[in-house]
Design a protein around this ligand. Sequence first.
Ligand code: 5GP
Ligand code: ZN
Length: 112
Amino acid sequence: MDCLFCAIIEGAIPSKKVYEDEFSYAFLDINPQAPVHCLVVPKKHISSIDEVSEDNRDTVSGVLLAIPKIAKLLGLEGGYRVISNVGEDGCQSVKHLHFHILGGKKLPETMA
Ligand code: 5GP
Ligand code: ZN
């Protein structure tokens, strides 16, 4: 399967790794939208939140459990925002489930 984030997880495409465990891989976004912008993805390919099901609950919960650990590693003591875009209307550009972790400043209330 031709998937950018699978290639990043495999190391075929370089990334700035922040965190890794059994279920998840986190790396800095190439085009940051905030002073801190990290992506956390499941190591197993899941297309989006729309594909979350009982079958992949361990993987998905593993990724969610990693988020506060990653936020600590990134020094986001003041808080942060987690976003996952889904499908066409959500402007999802990479079809591998990912959570944006944004922070490092007071984020605008209107930022969707
Ligand atoms: P989406 O628009 O699908 O929610 O988010 C995809 C994110 O992946 C974007 O924020 C984009 O900047 C990031 N991205 C796209 N290609 C690469 C890449 O090759 N490396 C990294 N680190 N981030 C990427
Ligand atoms: Zn993938």
